[in-house]
Design a protein around this ligand. Structure first.
Ligand code: ZN
Length: 101
């Protein structure tokens, strides 16, 4: 029970950090998108590039996670149909077989 609560806390922290990253990158881009660029080594442009790369990597990671989740869901739904009805869920416990003799 405590592990489930810890998993929820970790999931909330990860979601909040992803949202904070996305919102802060968007806010920075909105605030400094039209800055007066002073040339080659512009600090604002470097920050904007770093934020764009971080946001892209984050989007790739979330997309990869969702793809894996989708593939897993397809396998879990489609695997019994692919194997057929031969996949048995009958066990000794469900048949109430005593194993203590
Ligand atoms: Zn610039």
């Amino acid at each position: 029970m405590k592990t489930r609560a810890n998993n929820k806390i970790v999931a909330v922290i990860i979601c909040m950090s992803i949202l904070l990253t996305i919102f802060s990158a968007t806010g920075y881009a909105l605030l400094y998108g039209n800055h007066e660029c002073n040339g080659v080594h512009c600090t604002v442009c470097e920050h904007l590039n770093n934020l764009a790369n971080a946001t892209k990597a984050l989007g790739d990671g979330v997309g990869f996670f969702l793809a894996i989740l989708f593939i897993t869901a397809i396998f879990q739904k489609g695997l019994p149909k692919f194997i057929g009805e031969n996949l048995s869920v009958v066990s000794l416990i469900s048949l109430k077989v005593r194993m203590n003799n």
